[in-house]
Design a protein around this ligand. Structure first.
Ligand code: SF4
Length: 142
């Protein structure tokens, strides 16, 4: 493990090293990960106060990762989303995770308008909306 530790610090870890780690005793792996964490970032712990906003529980993708699969649930309006953001900021949040399903109306233009409205109204970081979701949305539109 010591040689893998040295290689990791130098950024030279190989596929063989990675396989060795996968097959190692998990406690040795945890120990190695902890050593690396301490060496690279030290012992200071930081965190972000954020809130998840699920824009809708409808989803046409139905990938199986979550239970948002029906078409009878809710879909938040932009005003409702802004209201939730306002509340989150009042609780001290500095980041919003925008999640939820994907519906035919949630086009790239919809997301651009939504993000633009949020950014115009609030100085808050946004996290969410993966490229995969956009690409799946496009596929389902065809
Ligand atoms: S795309 Fe997202 S919301 Fe839809 S089913 Fe998958 S995880 Fe759930």
């Amino acid at each position: 493990m010591e040689d893998i530790y040295e290689c990791s610090i130098l950024g030279n870890i190989t596929q063989v090293d990675a396989l060795k780690l996968v097959n190692s005793n998990p406690f040795d792996l945890f120990n190695l990960a902890n050593q690396l964490r301490e060496e690279i970032v030290g012992n200071e712990v930081t965190f972000v106060v954020n809130i998840n906003i699920d824009i809708t529980d409808r989803c046409m993708i139905k990938c199986g990762f979550c239970s948002f699969r029906d078409s009878i649930g809710y879909q938040m309006t932009t005003e409702e989303i802004l209201q939730d953001i306002e509340e989150a900021i009042n609780f001290g949040a500095t980041e919003i995770c925008l999640f939820g399903g994907v519906t035919p109306e949630m086009t790239v233009e919809y997301y651009c308008n939504l993000i633009s409205t949020i950014k115009t109204n609030y100085n808050i970081d946004l996290h969410g909306l993966s490229p995969w979701k956009f690409s799946m949305q496009q596929k389902h539109q065809k």
